[in-house]
Design a protein around this ligand. Structure first.
Ligand SMILES: [Zn+2]
Length: 463
């Protein structure tokens, strides 16, 4: 078989073990690291990986050869917990945070999620689309090819729907893949403060519409003191499962109020945060096979000490991921690499554990492990390439983006730190005359012609 594209002379290729289930406990230490390796791509999928010289039978006249000595490749990184779509920003709360005002106190003063709720309700679809697109571009620069995105700043049907429609549209129009999560149960709106059960009932009423309109795959609830109780969380998530949605739960972030028990009982795909989870909670999650999505950048941003007890979780056989929690309040970042570095610096995880967490295990956390998360033959050729002599270097040399190339379905979307084919915008976004102008300009400047322009020309010719 002649490959379409071959990446070769890579110093190291990180290859997670692919067991058709998340890696648990000591399994997370294991991985194959190929030295002086190559990756052959055919039809946008992984065709072959190996060490040493590229086999001649893979190379034809048309094969694009990409020389990458001095670089390390991993499966495209997966950010499996983000609150991606929102209006406004909350730097005004930063000063309060520095003075030691707690997250729950800021929320009580009408700040926090509730201020983002107002800004999100006010923002138009287009405003949210453009703002979120920029955030996604930052994520792609850092090697991310798939992102989970939660709603939860609308808190009423119209605005929750708007957020989920932005996610849907970005998924269709950008190279990065998005996995949508419905999370109206993110905060109690002020008007329901005296009667939160009425809001729980309203969220449950939204569930069939989420499913019917195909707006999300997952449902998530913020189970926390002052937000949703364990009983309310159980009711919402149980109803979500009955409507065919997969489930997650924010649990044990600030106080342990029973969210873990709900996750175990309902066998949720994942439980999020788990900063204050104790032995009993960890054992429950390990036994129930619930993935722990850990968010060390949030602990860092909250200036807290309580990083999730990741080492203990692995000792007890849990499966974990690391993810940004990207959101405007408790974790304003687009840099998954920094969260991974905190996995090392603050949670004392080893490099293979960290890279397994953001590739194969994160793929399971978004239920896409049949397509992404490893270099198994036939999986999507989603690849992150970093300028580094080896894998350890990517954690050791911290807070600096070393990602140079990103391939999504085999197409180069970041090349030498420049976005290339990030947009897959089609006719509805582009006037055909504008497309011709851009194509001419690209030819003149001898730059790469974006993929969507080629598609557009072809569509026009076929008319
Ligand atoms: Zn969250």
């Amino acid at each position: 078989m002649i490959a379409d594209k071959i990446l070769y002379n890579l110093n190291e290729i990180f290859c997670p073990n692919d067991l058709d289930r998340p890696l648990r406990g000591a399994e997370m230490k294991e991985a194959t690291i190929l030295k002086n390796g190559y990756i052959a791509i055919y039809g946008g999928k992984i065709y072959e990986i190996g060490e040493g010289d590229v086999p001649e039978d893979l190379v034809g006249e048309e094969t694009e050869m990409v020389e990458l000595s001095g670089h390390v490749a991993t499966p495209g990184l997966i950010d499996c917990h983000t609150h991606l779509v929102y209006g406004g920003s909350r730097e005004n709360e930063f000063a309060k945070k520095l003075k030691g005002v707690s997250y729950l106190e800021i929320l009580e003063q009408g700040g926090g999620i509730l201020s983002t709720q107002k800004a999100t309700q006010k923002a138009s679809f287009d405003e949210l689309f453009i703002k979120t697109k920029k955030l996604l571009e930052h994520m792609m620069y850092h090697g991310v090819t798939t992102v989970e995105a939660k709603s939860g700043y609308g808190l009423d049907w119209e605005n929750e729907k708007k957020q989920m429609e932005v996610v849907k549209s970005l998924n269709e129009n950008m190279a990065v893949d998005l996995v949508s999560t419905f999370m109206a149960a993110h905060a109690i709106p002020t008007e329901y403060k005296e009667n939160p059960d009425a809001f729980v009932a309203e969220v449950i009423e939204m569930l069939p519409k989420v499913k019917e309109e195909n707006l999300a795959e997952f449902c998530d609830v913020f189970c926390e003191k002052g937000v949703f109780t364990a009983e309310q969380s159980y009711m919402i998530l149980k109803a979500a499962q009955e409507h065919g949605l997969k489930t997650r739960i924010h649990a044990d972030e600030i106080e342990s109020i029973g969210g873990v028990e709900v996750a175990a009982k309902l066998k949720c795909t994942s439980a999020e945060h788990l900063m204050v989870a104790g032995d009993k909670e960890i054992e429950l999650l390990a036994e129930a096979g619930v993935i722990g999505n850990l968010l060390p950048a949030t602990t860092f941003s909250l200036m807290a000490e309580s990083y999730a007890p990741a080492r203990k979780m692995l000792d007890k056989g849990m499966a974990i991921t690391i993810t940004t929690d990207s959101n405007p309040g408790s974790c304003p970042t687009a840099n998954l690499q920094f969260a991974m570095q905190l996995g090392a610096f603050a949670m004392k995880l080893e490099p293979t554990e960290i890279f397994n967490a953001v590739t194969i295990n994160a793929a399971h956390s978004v239920c896409r492990a049949d397509k992404i998360g490893s270099f198994k033959k036939g999986k999507n050729a989603d690849i992150a390439v970093f300028e580094a002599p080896n894998l350890e270097y990517l954690l050791y040399f911290f807070a600096t983006n070393l990602c140079t190339h990103v391939f999504k379905d085999g197409t180069l979307v970041v090349e030498e730190r420049q976005l290339r084919n990030a947009d897959l915008f089609r006719e509805e976004f582009f006037d055909i005359n504008e497309a011709h102008d851009q194509k001419d300009k690209a030819k003149k400047l001898k730059t790469r012609i974006p993929m969507y322009l080629d598609d557009l020309m072809r569509a026009e010719e076929n008319k």
